[in-house]
Design a protein around this ligand. Structure first.
Ligand code: ATP
Length: 206
């Protein structure tokens, strides 16, 4: 069994059942677009899938086994918060993140990625002085830096301009074509540029 599989997942928050007996899998070469209204439970589901929180019932497995370092080593999780230090600049933030993820990176590679994201010239500016879209670009630079097969992302397009959205959709398509797997939420539709998409709708349960 390859990929990430969820079986019988149930999540309850403040006495409300967000989802119940949910089963699905994310396989290499697949882009799943998780949709749903505010409060449906998308973030709660992503947090369970990435091991950040526990379901009230059900199991998650990776290649047929419980989640372990093998999965985390092969995962990039980008939450809807940026996960950046506002006092650090882009280079410092990304170097720190790479060290945390045991992903050695050379300065020229970091500059190339910042160039790709239109951030050259801003690399030594504390992130708190960047625009919202520029901050999002710094957070998304991680996609270029860690050779992880599984990308799980919560609203990665927030604050990006149209060129930024197009750039990320193209990176999605490239990742999928090279055998990667993506699960992402977004409140805006993915364009065909992102490639073939599997829709996954989470309804708001009263
Ligand atoms: N730790 C928590 N404690 C209590 N309630 C929580 C907790 N986390 C989430 N919730 C509740 O669970 C519900 C689902 O939240 P969640 O963030 O998963 O939704 P979402 O689908 O990602 O929404 P959005 O589109 O607004 O980001 C919300 O009503 C929220 O208040």
């Amino acid at each position: 069994m390859s990929g990430l599989a969820a079986t019988g997942l149930t999540c309850i928050k403040r006495d409300r059942v967000l989802f119940d007996s949910l089963s699905f899998s994310l396989q290499p070469g697949q882009l799943i677009y998780l949709r749903g209204p505010n409060g449906a439970g998308k973030t709660s589901l992503l947090r369970i899938l990435t091991g950040l929180s526990q379901p009230d019932a059900g199991d998650i497995s990776y290649c047929g086994r419980p989640l372990s370092y093998k999965f985390f080593h092969n995962l990039i999780y980008l939450g809807h918060k940026l996960g950046l230090s506002m006092a650090f600049n882009a280079l410092e933030n990304l170097s720190f993140w790479c060290a945390q993820h045991q992903t050695p990176v050379q300065a020229p590679v970091l500059y190339d990625v910042l160039n790709e994201l239109g951030l050259v010239g801003l690399e030594d500016v504390p992130v708190k002085y960047l625009s919202a879209g520029q901050q999002r670009r710094v957070a998304l630079a991680r996609l270029w830096l860690k050779p992880a097969k599984f990308w799980i992302m919560d609203e990665p397009f927030t604050a990006l301009d149209t060129k930024g959205v197009a750039l990320i959709e193209e990176v999605f398509a490239k990742h999928i074509n090279s055998g990667g797997a993506i699960l992402t939420t977004s409140h805006q539709a993915l364009s065909p540029r992102a490639g073939e998409v599997t829709l996954f709708d989470l309804e708001y349960q009263l």
